[in-house]
Design a protein around this ligand. Structure first.
Ligand code: ZN
Length: 397
């Protein structure tokens, strides 16, 4: 290829263009930074110095001076809500909604934010209507999750079931365990209004949604027991062993009661001992101990608890063991054992709590619905002191 003289001209021209482009860019940035009001930097400075209150005031000044700063309005709005200043958050988002220059996506976001403000303020009707409006937008799954929570708060179980089903369809995630619980809530309502047929229909629906729904069979058995249909109650409760045996402790005591009415107390003891052997649980041990004591006397009850303590050396089992010892010790030894038992019992009851796996809330009794975080089936069927043996297993008796 021959050398062409005009190349000497083209090369400097390219350099020149590059230099010009860089300058234009820098000028643009400088212009933009000059356009930012001083309050913006002041706010930033307060934020960096961890003075959020002063930072907010500075940013509000920016927002007032420049009504076009949409993102800043959004940021301030959600910040207000987080700080519990719901009125200010609502006003900020209402102002955004009134603007005519928002893009459709920004309008949807403003609507969603406003709905959340209403929710936080406890204005559930208004929140519900905005979330319903949002069902037609890209934020439908968020809107549905919020609608579901609103229906649960309002105990509107039919609507909750509808929302959970729709949420399953939109997200592909299962909500069957919640749906089963909603049917159980409906069943309980029906039963309390003496509509027994409707109640049973809801229980059937609960088991269809989630065949492992132990709560459904617990309830069904309770109703049968209340109506003196003890054989039915026993049969229903026994089904829990195939469903989820770790929940059997929930029905152990009423099951013994019903079997006692049927004249099958000894049989109930054999059944419960088998359960305790296969699915050890402190609450189950408590019931088996009590029935053994009543039916077979203190020696048999003590033997059972001692065996259980060696098999599962937990604080709870030790507590039961000392309680059992109290029934058989001599009058002379009794005060000593009583003192030990009182100490261990106080410590053990403080630790033996059911704990929500979602939020950590601790409760003395078992819950299907966490009173703190509202999660369903979040309580494992074990007291939190049961999992860890207090000493290493081993050795003979
Ligand atoms: Zn919880």
């Amino acid at each position: 290829m021959d050398f062409q003289a005009y190349w000497l001209l083209v090369l400097p021209l390219f350099f020149g263009l590059g230099w010009l482009a860089a300058r234009v860019d820098i000028r643009h940035i400088l212009m933009e930074s000059r356009a930012l009001p001083a309050s913006y930097f002041k706010g930033l400075n307060f934020l960096l110095n961890e003075q959020p209150d002063k930072a907010i005031e500075a940013f509000i000044e920016v927002a007032r001076a420049d009504q076009q700063t949409t993102e800043l309005h959004f940021a301030l709005g959600s910040l207000f809500r987080k700080r519990g200043e719901v009125d200010r958050a609502t006003r900020m988002h209402q102002m955004l909604m009134e603007r005519t220059d928002l893009s459709p996506a920004q309008r949807t976001s403003a609507l969603y934010e406003l709905a959340q403000d209403y929710l936080k303020a406890g204005l559930l009707d208004r929140a519900e209507s905005l979330f319903t409006e949002l069902l037609k937008t890209d934020l439908s799954s968020f809107a549905l999750t919020n609608l579901l929570n609103i229906h649960v708060t309002e105990k509107n179980w039919e609507k909750a079931i509808e929302a959970a089903r729709e949420l399953e369809r939109v997200t592909g995630n299962s909500h069957q365990s919640e749906i089963a619980n909603f049917h159980c809530e409906l069943a309980s309502l029906e039963y309390s209004h003496s509509r027994h047929e409707g109640a049973v229909m809801q229980i059937t629906a609960a088991l269809e949604a989630n065949r492992k729904c132990v709560r459904a069979n617990v309830m069904l058995g309770q109703w049968a027991q209340r109506e003196q249909r003890h054989s039915d109650a026993v049969a229903v409760w026994q089904r829990i062993e195939e469903q989820a045996p770790e929940y059997l402790f929930l029905v152990a005591f009423p099951l013994v009661e019903s079997m006692r009415v049927l004249g099958r107390t000894q049989e109930s003891l054999t059944l419960l001992r088998g359960w305790l052997q296969r699915y050890p649980a402190l609450d189950l041990l408590g019931v088996v101990f009590q029935v053994s004591l009543e039916e077979e006397g203190s020696e048999s009850a003590l033997k059972l608890v001692r065996e259980e303590l060696y098999r599962n050396p937990t604080l709870g089992a030790l507590d039961k063991f000392l309680e059992a010892q109290l029934t058989s010790v001599s009058a002379e030894q009794r005060p000593d054992v009583q003192l030990m038992r009182d100490l261990i019992h106080a410590h053990s009851s403080r630790l033996s709590l059911f704990q929500c796996s979602h939020c950590g809330f601790k409760a003395r009794s078992f819950h299907w619905h966490c009173p703190a975080c509202g999660e369903w089936d979040s309580f494992p069927p074990k007291r939190n002191s049961e999992g860890d043996p207090v000493i290493h297993k081993g050795g003979g008796m």
